[in-house]
Design a protein. Structure first.
Lengths: 414, 295, 334
């Protein structure tokens, strides 16, 4: 191949300041202005992965942001000025977006769904002394770093697992039956691997009636899960324990049907099996799976209001984790602003630490943070797919339906 | 209750058959790349994105007109043909004589535009085609064969056969092969090389179009699917053998089966490692691929 | 030796360069942290681009799996620091060694078996992917759940353990980039550089003249790998968390070669210019779209792709050679 290279390129010659440097200077220079006055609105920077591999979830979380404004006003909360940012599913972009938002005057940061991106933002927030409320991210390490400005209103992987096992036992009791064996399938990504690690630590404490006969990990980019399902079926286990994403959930269900295996129950401890896309795509075949996830408490009045607001803005979209926890993050920010009566980040952070919101959406006594900035009182629910809708079957205080057990076999669903 | 590891032969057979069928479809996709790379010598790093576009076409046609992707295979291939032809003729042609890294960036740019364009138009949610037979499977003795995979596999064979016939038995096909074998010679005897290149790229794109329609039947589509398809296509082409059509299909089958069995024996999430290990071995010890001829 | 390095450097060029360096050096006094973050990103890409440039631009080997060296550097020092309390400065030696060995292996296999051109590129992809999946399953470093470095307080900057404020990372990345440019300049002027040039222009002829092409290509690969691994060290300690999906991914390999190709392969300042322009372009696009109220995810990437496409079509050799000619700097012939 022709490689015609300039002679003389390798000398040091006069350099001109490049257009690129100029562009970045123009783009970036802004006076360093964290507003310290008593402003009427709070500037909240919301960072979500709205493009890239996690675009689906990021855009779903965005719905929670969009409906928050009206609802918060109704609750008598002070107005928030939302600055929307896209992390492009990248750690580097997340970090520079966070810096940009802060230099544009953001007084609180909210986001970012992904543990990696959230960690990057957390470091920036901590350095700048700007409070950061994490909406969704399950990696336990984030609140173990001794940060003073980072708060998480979402359970860690360990908490999700503990509640999952507790809820499962409750369900087994209510149904009067329990599986004796289970096969565990998980996606080999951040969340899936964290859950797998957690199971080893948490499960023995609960004395579950079933044994895990095999653990099958699969590649997140896999388009074909027939081998994995075949392996699972071959174990002859009673139940299928799952941690997957949305696309995998659909693929696996199809394989279950095609390979003619209907487990006694599908116990999912992650996203996917309850999402709108799953219900819409699979129709009647979507009924039955139980998901043990951070959810909302359908019996709380705020949940109903949130549900209505969502139904008005996005008809046909079921209320789910993404909307709930993103909304609650904004609720935390607004509530802290109301109490602190100032936009000073330190005052806000202190106010957030004192948060005690009992009129909220997520299950449990409400939103409070321990000394590590973690809401360790959150409870997770068990939901079941029923006729294209989701009902909560456990824990009892947050339930609105009885569990259907065992799952109707796929070939008997007409 | 069985511990993993003690499995009956049924499983192996089922998994192997499934691997063969999906391998055929991926092989068809790779065939497009083989044709493009073998003749035009352009490293098409937007190959996966083109496949994704084809899949979206199938999804849209199915959603609006209710037509089965296998029937839509031909029009979709046609559209992709035009797209490929145009792209080669007007965008890529000047890059033929430029070094690989330039071609690479051009096609990476095209890939970025396509992938994000799809995101803007279709949104991030997964789309699928659910035909009436989407959940059917054939029971042949101990085998349970997925209906969609079976049809897709057969369609792949049909398309590949048609392409083979084209290159073997038509004048145009022979002209293209001449270009590939001997660029200068082809020019000397007066073949319009740029036009033939554009045609070839178009043909390769048409393969991708057909493969995309079949893939839409078998799996879901999201905008960021491209890179994994591109990588897979390259692996298959190299392992099977560049410039060999049967090589692409055979490579597809081989990779499909190996990946599937690796998943069965070991852990599915690591089946990629086996595939890449094979790729390395082929690159080192038999770079012309299993069915390729030495240049 | 200094004299020899300084020959062919005009006074004006030297002054301009010094002024530029001075500007970059005092930038933190005038720029806000956001701009610093952007500049750090630019330096990071400039540095990795320069390292990759050694292999591609100087020795003519297209590597599309360079992320593997970043990953090796990152994980090695991260593990040594987190589990054994070893400072990243010391850990870097291990990182360099590991990357160099790995690069040597890839280079040896490729050159010994005469794998070249596109096939070599694919070989590098295969190795990077192999490493990615491998690390995904390595529970010692957390596998795909990620590896988190312990983060300390931010009120002080501790250079020894690389814990601290952005300003420390700014000077560190600036220093690394300057060092890389100087190193490349020295190498290119040395005998090594002449051999590389010969190999790049016509490998057969070079071999015919008696140059041991195998050895010098291997040296290029090893140096490139070693330098890139230090970028990995920086990455680990700047972002403080590592996920195999991100660190070894093919997207990372692709993004770090965009700048040198865009800026100008085989040139000394091409990668630097490319890094400035591309990162600047990305940030400008995001800001502009936000200012225009366009809230469409993916729009920025589409424009970015279009810009990339236009520039590479019109300026196939990259921007720096064109700029260089345009400014009439191609004075004396060499």
């Amino acid at each position: 191949m022709n490689r015609n290279l300039h002679s003389g390129d390798n000398r040091i010659t006069r350099r001109t300041v490049t257009a690129g440097l100029g562009a970045s200077v123009v783009a970036g220079i802004a006076p360093f202005n964290i507003v310290r006055a008593q402003d009427a609105t709070l500037k909240v920077g919301v960072l979500l992965p709205r493009s890239g591999a996690q675009a689906g979830i990021g855009q779903d979380c965005q719905r929670g942001v969009d409906i928050a404004a009206g609802l918060l006003k109704e609750l008598g909360m002070p107005p928030l000025q939302i600055m929307n940012g896209d992390t492009e599913t990248s750690v580097e972009v997340a970090r520079s977006r966070a810096e940009k938002m802060i230099s544009d005057g953001a007084q609180v940061l909210v986001g970012a769904f992904d543990s990696g991106q959230s960690t990057a933002i957390a470091q920036v927030a901590e350095q700048k002394g700007i409070p950061y409320v994490i909406n969704i991210a399950a990696a336990p390490q984030i609140t173990e770093q001794g940060y003073k400005f980072v708060f998480r209103n979402f359970p860690t992987a360990g908490m999700i697992l503990a509640d999952a096992f507790a809820n499962q036992k409750e369900i087994f009791e209510a149904a009067g039956a329990a599986p004796k064996t289970a096969v565990f399938m998980h996606v080999n990504d951040t969340f899936g691997t964290a859950m797998k690690g957690g199971i080893g630590a948490v499960m023995p404490k609960f004395n579950m009636p079933y044994n895990l006969v095999e653990t099958i990990a699969y590649d997140p980019t896999s388009r074909d899960l027939s081998v994995e399902v075949a392996k699972a079926k071959a174990t002859g286990a009673d139940a299928l324990l799952m941690v997957s994403r949305l696309n995998d959930a659909i693929l696996i269900t199809r394989e279950l049907v095609k390979q003619r295996w209907s487990p006694m129950a599908i116990l999912s401890m992650g996203p996917g099996w309850y999402e709108d896309q799953y219900l819409k795509t699979l129709g009647k075949l979507s009924d039955g799976p139980l998901s043990f996830v951070p959810w909302y408490d359908p019996n709380k009045p705020m949940s109903k209001k949130l549900d209505e607001a969502l139904a008005k803005a996005h008809p046909g979209v079921n209320l789910n984790t993404n909307h709930v926890y993103t909304f609650e993050a904004l609720l935390v920010a607004a509530d802290a602003f109301k109490r602190a009566r100032s936009t000073d980040p330190k005052a806000l952070a202190d106010a957030i630490r004192q948060t005690n919101i009992t009129d909220n959406v997520s299950p449990g006594p409400g939103i409070q943070f321990n000394e590590k900035g973690q809401n360790d009182k959150l409870k997770d629910s068990a939901i079941q797919n029923r006729g294209g809708k989701l009902v909560t079957v456990a824990p009892k205080v947050a339930a609105n339906a009885k569990v259907e057990w065992p799952m109707t076999p796929y070939d008997k669903r007409g | 209750m069985r511990r993993g590891g003690i499995v009956s032969t049924d499983i192996y057979l089922n998994v192997a058959v499934s691997g063969v069928l999906t391998g055929l479809v991926y092989g068809l996709m790779a065939l497009g790349l083989s044709v493009i790379f073998g003749v035009v010598r352009v490293v098409n790093f937007a190959h996966g994105e083109m496949t994704t576009v084809a899949m979206y076409f199938a999804v849209v046609l199915f959603a609006t007109l209710g037509l089965d992707p296998l029937l839509m295979m031909v029009p979709i291939a046609g559209v992709l043909f035009v797209f490929g032809y145009a792209m080669q003729r007007w965008l890529i042609n000047p890059f033929i004589s430029r070094p690989e890294h330039s071609q690479f960036i051009l096609l990476v740019a095209v890939a970025i535009i396509l992938a994000n364009g799809l995101l803007i138009v279709f949104g991030p949610d997964a789309r699928s085609v659910q035909t009436s037979y989407a959940f059917d499977s054939f029971k042949i003795g101990p085998l349970i064969v997925d209906a969609t995979k079976a049809f897709a596999g057969l369609a792949a064979i049909a398309v590949a056969a048609a392409l083979f016939a084209f290159f073997r038995f038509t004048r145009l096909g022979t002209a293209i092969r001449a270009c590939a074998d001997n660029y200068t010679g082809a020019q000397v005897i007066g073949l319009n090389v740029p036009r033939l290149y554009a045609l070839t790229f178009g043909l390769g794109a048409a393969c991708v179009g057909a493969a995309g329609a079949m893939l839409a039947l078998v799996t879901d589509v999201t905008p960021p699917l491209g890179p994994s398809f591109t990588l897979l296509a390259f692996v298959i082409v190299i392992v099977g053998g560049l410039g060999s059509m049967s090589g692409a299909l055979a490579g597809g089958i081989l990779i499909g089966v190996i990946a599937a069995l690796a998943g069965l024996f070991y852990t599915p999430s690591a089946k990629g490692m086996f595939v890449f290990a094979i790729l390395v071995l082929v690159l080192l010890f038999r770079p012309q691929g299993i069915f390729g001829r030495r240049a | 030796m200094i004299a020899r390095l300084a020959e062919n450097v005009s006074l004006r060029a030297a002054i301009a360069l010094v002024l530029l360096l001075l500007a970059l050096f005092v930038a933190p006094w005038f720029a806000n942290d956001y701009l610093l973050t952007v500049l750090i990103l630019i330096f990071y890409f400039a540095y990795t681009g320069q390292a990759w440039n050694i292999m591609m631009g100087f020795a003519g080997q297209l590597s599309l799996g360079h992320a593997i060296y970043i990953g090796l550097g990152a994980y090695t020092t991260a593990v040594l620091f987190s589990f054994f309390g070893v400072s990243p400065w010391v850990g870097s030696f291990a990182a360099i060694l590991l990357a160099a060995l790995w690069g040597a292996m890839i280079g040896f296999l490729a050159f010994r078996f005469r794998v070249g051109g596109v096939y070599f590129a694919i070989l590098t992809i295969a190795f990077a992917e192999f490493a990615r999946i491998g690390f995904d399953h390595l529970s010692y470093v957390g596998g795909s759940a990620g590896f988190f470095l312990p983060v300390a307080n931010y009120t002080q900057s501790d250079l020894w353990t690389l814990r601290g404020k952005p300003i420390m990372f700014y000077y560190l990345s600036l220093g690394m980039t300057v060092a890389a440019v100087v190193l490349c300049h020295i190498m290119v002027r040395s005998r090594l550089g002449y051999f590389w040039k010969a190999i790049r222009e016509d490998e057969e002829a070079a071999r015919a003249v008696g140059i041991n092409t195998f050895r010098y290509k291997l040296i290029a690969v090893v140096i490139s790998a070693a330098m890139t691994s230090l970028a990995g060290v920086f990455f680990a300690f700047y972002y403080n968390n590592l996920f195999p999906e991100e660190v070894f991914s093919i997207n990372r390999s692709i993004e770090l070669i965009l700048a040198p190709i865009f800026g100008g392969l085989g040139t000394l300042f091409g990668p630097i210019l490319g890094a400035f322009m591309l990162t600047g372009l990305a940030e400008t696009l995001t800001t502009t779209l936000a200012a225009l109220g366009v809230d469409v995810p993916g729009a920025k990437q589409v424009f970015y792709g279009i810009c990339l496409l236009l520039v590479i079509t019109v300026l196939p050799e990259g921007v720096w050679p064109w700029l260089y000619r345009r400014l009439g700097l191609a004075g004396r012939s060499e």
